[in-house]
Write a protein that binds this ligand. Sequence first.
Ligand code: HXC
Length: 531
Amino acid sequence: MTAAALVLITRPDGTQPDRQMKHILEALEQRRQGARLGGGQGRIDAQHKRGKLTARERIGLLLDKGSFEEFDMFVQHRCADFGMDKGEKIPGDGVVTGWGTVNGRTVFVFAKDFTVFGGSLSETHAQKITKIQDMALKNRAPIIGLFDAGGARIQEGVAALGGYGEVFQRNVLASGVIPQISVIMGPCAGGDVYSPAMTDFIFMVRDTSYMFVTGPDVVKTVTNETVTAEELGGASVHTTKSSIADRAYDNDVEALLQMRRLIDFLPASNTDEVPEWPSFQDSDSADMSLDTLVPDNPNKPYDIKELILKTVDEGDFFEIQEAHARNIVTGFGRIEGRTVGVVANQPMVLAGVLDADASRKAARFVRFCDCFNIPIVTFVDVPGFLPGTAQEYGGLIKHGAKLLFAYAEATVPKVTVITRKAFGGAYDVMASKHLRGDINLAWPTAQIAVMGAKGAVEIIFRQDIANPAKIAERTKEYEDRFLSPFVAAERGYIDEVIMPHSTRRRVARVLAMLRNKELENPWKKHDNIPL
Ligand code: HXC
């Protein structure tokens, strides 16, 4: 008899069940223990040897201690093809599902069990996931999928494909209603990358997780290309090149603890308020160091993250897509305890220019915030859109339009602070007054113009180009007139020119004022964002 069974047969009130009942309880506990072993100790050991935790160990770390309620532990596959009817039937069928809490807030969870048929999806496995998806949607709580799986169960053919179809359909219906988070924690292929691709965020674990539509062997067969799993779909590929993944972590434990941190930032659904946590940082205090953040030389970079960290509560910032399109920074912070989404041009990388990647990255983030009632704080220091054939051929017009579209359609509170450059179309795009920015602030160092002085003068005074003295005079004239926040402020495009040191206080007050903001777009089935 097992230790757990012994605990069970002595009831919490100290009494003992009668003999027959004792047998029933022991039998249940034995069945449970069998199911908890998944594909068996050998495969669990192999999982650990690869530096990966098991599905249940992962859930244990993700959720509050003791909060996990499991469903469908005894579900088995019903496949009879390829000898599956004669082979082992493993309870749970390769996925552990249920719900629990993260810091007391309900989340639904499913974790692929790689020890059972490589976590592959059968018809019944799919039904376990869709049950959880339906529950999460009905009860308006986030759903987190922990992926470590080889896609459709090959032996089940179309039954598995149908199962994925059901999962995909629910991913789409839940999109924009409840947060959906995917954590890739092993080799994932086929449907186990397509379903995550339809969720809000994808996180990976370095060196143990991979995402590809088909693995290296199939690639070799079809294209004769020799490539390793890491080169094809490792965390560094997907966090830097493809931008499929939003972040990567060094191991399972770190990834799961960071998911707990992320959940703390997110509302439970699109009808829920942003969560409010105690804030320990006074929002009235001034940070004098911000007065010297922008260098005297307008071409010298500075780190916009310093401003972000000095604006959000306790410098706690959860960055999204940190390693991709680093010329724009996106992520979650809190102001006076309530979540905000931060979008900021980063002068340290490509002078903060908007290119196709940065536009797509920020557009997706802005849309997530708008779905889930998260106010957006935008810090602007942008010299414009990146010119050149590489960008034009890569569809800069359409990708730039995504960001423009995302900001323009967003109805959540939008607070904008221009710290330095806001040039050309990028001025319009970055949550300007014209795109229904609620409160648009500028530092006295702001320069709001169609372009920088040199470029402007060389176009409008082309006839003087051979006369450096005249060009210098014209440049000075242009700088004095346009490279300041005051022309925009004179028109009311900037609500106020503020002291840099007061940024946190100003933004906090504005967000408090906007708490009951109501704004609706005209009714439509859905919009047609330039994809
Ligand atoms: C059934 C599978 C399986 C699958 C893995 N296994 N994938 N069983 N169906 N799809 C089993 C293996 O047979 C093995 O069983 C165990 O899981 C571990 O697999 P290994 O190959 O030993 O592990 P590893 O070397 O780490 O490779 C993992 C892998 C690879 C990269 C995921 O197994 C793989 O390439 N699998 C096939 C991927 C694939 O093409 N899937 C179909 C996608 S189509 P034993 O008994 O030996 O432990 C799809 C359609 C969806 O998903 C629609 C999309 C729009």
